[in-house]
Design a protein around this ligand. Structure first.
Ligand code: SF4
Ligand code: FES
Length: 253
């Protein structure tokens, strides 16, 4: 017979950015070890709705670790205890019966709270809009073998492109820096031939937008790399810095 767990939750409840927030305790019964963390919250919310109470607000979409919509802090760690795992891919078998879990939203000035565990991450969209693209119309997709790119470069670029924009790196950083996110986007395009033409303009525009959104500076703590569900390495930030210094000595495109 399948065993079930009881989980004690302490959840940050805040109706809106302008309202005050507080932790509220809940007990979730009959939690299957096979449930994902978000499915456990679905069960908790069904109970709240049945009692006529407001369900806990949290973001999710794909629930398979690829969209970046989900994310909150579990017992002090963005996305919870498993490395390289989004909260939607975290399973309750990772926890024990009667575990006590504290859930909080990302806390950063540039990510204003919307409700409970949901924050507004549109600042990331504006960083992408500032330069995370190739503006030239190059027509339809070319044959994959028409532009020869060394395999190690392709691998590096694709590793950087794996960033899903979840914001955990910001939540983990004591400076609330989005350096790892910005670095992943800048690296992806600066490594590939298609991204070379606008390389200088791009890095300057994206860093200026990053700072204007209120994200802090990177002080090389490495917390971002430790919590990133896509395991984006901090070497991307070193590349971002090199790209920026290069841009300072290159005539604007
Ligand atoms: S760098 Fe990692 S933690 Fe930061 S937004 Fe991208 S996937 Fe999320
Ligand atoms: S819901 Fe898409 S990554 Fe978690």
């Amino acid at each position: 017979m399948e065993s079930h767990m009881r989980i004690f939750l302490k959840v940050w409840r805040q109706p809106s950015a302008s309202a005050s927030g507080r932790f509220v305790e809940y007990t979730v019964e009959h939690v299957s070890p096979d449930m994902s963390f978000l499915e456990m919250l679905d069960v908790a919310n069904e109970g709240l709705i049945a009692k006529g109470e407001d369900p806990i607000a949290f973001d999710s979409d794909c629930r398979e670790g690829i969209c970046g919509a989900c994310g909150f802090v579990i017992n002090g760690v963005p996305h919870g205890p498993d490395r390289g795992t989004t909260v939607c891919q975290l399973h309750m078998r990772r926890f024990r019966d009667n575990d006590r879990l504290t859930l909080e939203p990302w806390r950063a000035k540039a990510f204003p709270l919307v409700k409970d565990l949901v924050v507004d991450r549109s600042a990331f969209d504006r960083i992408i809009q500032a330069g995370g693209y190739t503006s030239a119309n190059v027509g339809g997709a070319r044959d994959g073998n028409a532009i020869l790119i060394p395999k190690p470069v392709v691998e590096q670029a694709m590793d950087s492109a794996a960033c899903i924009g979840c914001g955990a790196c910001v939540a983990a950083c004591k400076n609330a820096s989005a350096a790892l996110f910005t670095a992943a986007k800048v690296s992806h395009l600066s490594l590939l031939p298609q991204g070379q033409v606008e390389r200088t303009r791009r890095v300057v525009a994206m860093i200026e937008r990053h700072d204007a959104e209120g994200f802090g500076s990177c002080s090389n703590e490495g917390e971002c790399e430790a919590v990133c569900p896509k395991e984006i390495p901090i070497t991307n930030i070193a590349r971002l810095n090199r790209e920026y210094f290069r841009a300072m000595f290159v005539v604007a495109e």
